[in-house]
Design a protein around this ligand. Structure first.
Ligand code: CP
Length: 328
């Protein structure tokens, strides 16, 4: 279950008393208007027009973005770097295997040290739930923390780029049925997706997984839980596949890779159960032949690479908003 996001005065940690976005830590705690405003803002950053790009190229001039990734990443880290550079920020990618945290320095002292060098936007990924929140509680008001994935808890910018991609390809989210399929138990992506879909009023949200990969009481989040994938995919408009998080599994939660693919892998036959114009998404990295068949992943129904591209615009919009540079 998502952890509660409060500071000591019980105000939401992400938003200040004037309604300004201070940090981007979780979808929970943001309202529909805020999500729609960020998605609309991202639409302005998608442009490849040279003049538009030039006008956006100084929005974060003078700011320093630090990518502080204690866990591996290809998409998130790179798109944050591109997004920061397109906005004119200095972007620093720290090699966390070479940081002084390995000599015993705390992550808070590391952040304070980088703050002393004028870093003011930190993009944080860690395998512990709550790391970005912990840092956000200890930084001064001009410093902004973005959660790029914390343990099993949240991956809010992934959920935002997913919402952006769905709107761009399928329109109004409130008219659509969704199936989120795979390792729900260990997935921070699923938690953030469910929160965003609910705030945006999705018509129906199903989660589909073997019983061993479904959190107990998941239906209290307002979703329908199913263990039969054929039933789960029936007539849905959007299929959101998830990676099997083998690195987070304790014990044998699936019988074997072959058995998992046979029972839960998305192949063409299963895709045919969904609505005729249904689209397929996956946050990546994909395990072909485990979660998804290659012919589906590479088909014209797959939005996987669109998700990656849209991640740049969505992350530009979020950083511009944090820096107070998103003008209505
Ligand atoms: N979707 C996602 O978070 O991918 P990376 O681990 O490559 O950043």
């Amino acid at each position: 279950m998502p952890i509660e996001i409060k500071n000591s005065s019980s105000q939401p940690l992400q938003i200040d008393s004037g309604g300004r976005l201070l940090h981007f830590l979780a979808i929970e705690g943001l309202d529909r208007q805020r999500l729609l405003q960020l998605l609309d803002s991202a639409a302005q950053f998608i442009s490849s027009d040279t003049n538009v790009r030039k006008s956006q190229g100084s929005l974060l001039a003078g700011h320093t973005v630090v990518n502080l990734f204690f866990e591996d990443s290809t998409r998130t880290r790179t798109t944050f770097e591109i997004a920061g550079k397109r906005l004119g920020a200095s972007v620093i990618n720290l090699n966390t295997s070479r940081l002084s945290t390995r000599k015993g320095e705390t992550v808070l002292d590391t952040v304070r040290t980088l703050e002393a060098m004028d870093a003011d936007i930190f993009v944080v990924r860690d395998n512990s739930s709550g790391t970005a929140h912990l840092i956000a509680r200890h930084v001064p008001p001009h410093v902004h923390i973005i959660n790029a994935g914390d343990g099993r808890h949240a991956h809010p910018t992934q959920a935002m780029l997913d919402m952006f991609t769905i709107r761009a390809h399928k329109g109004d989210i409130s008219k659509l049925r969704f199936a989120i399929v795979g390792d729900i138990l260990h997935s921070r992506v699923a938690r953030s997706q469910i929160a965003a879909l609910q705030i945006l009023g999705a018509k129906e949200i199903r989660v589909v997984a073997p019983a061993t990969l479904l959190p107990t009481e998941i239906e209290r989040l307002g979703v329908t839980a199913l263990t039969n994938i054929d039933e789960g995919l029936e007539d849905v408009d959007v299929i959101m596949m998830l990676r099997l998080q083998l690195e987070r599994m304790e014990g044998q939660l699936i019988p074997s890779s072959q058995e998992y693919f046979r029972c839960y892998g998305l192949n063409q036959d299963r895709l045919n159960r969904a609505a005729p114009d249904a689209v397929v998404m996956h946050p990546g990295p994909m395990n072909r032949g485990l979660e998804i068949a290659s012919d589906v992943a590479d088909s014209d129904r797959s939005l996987v690479l669109s998700q990656v591209t849209n991640g740049i615009a969505v992350r530009m919009a979020i950083m511009a908003e944090l820096a107070g540079m998103n003008k209505e």
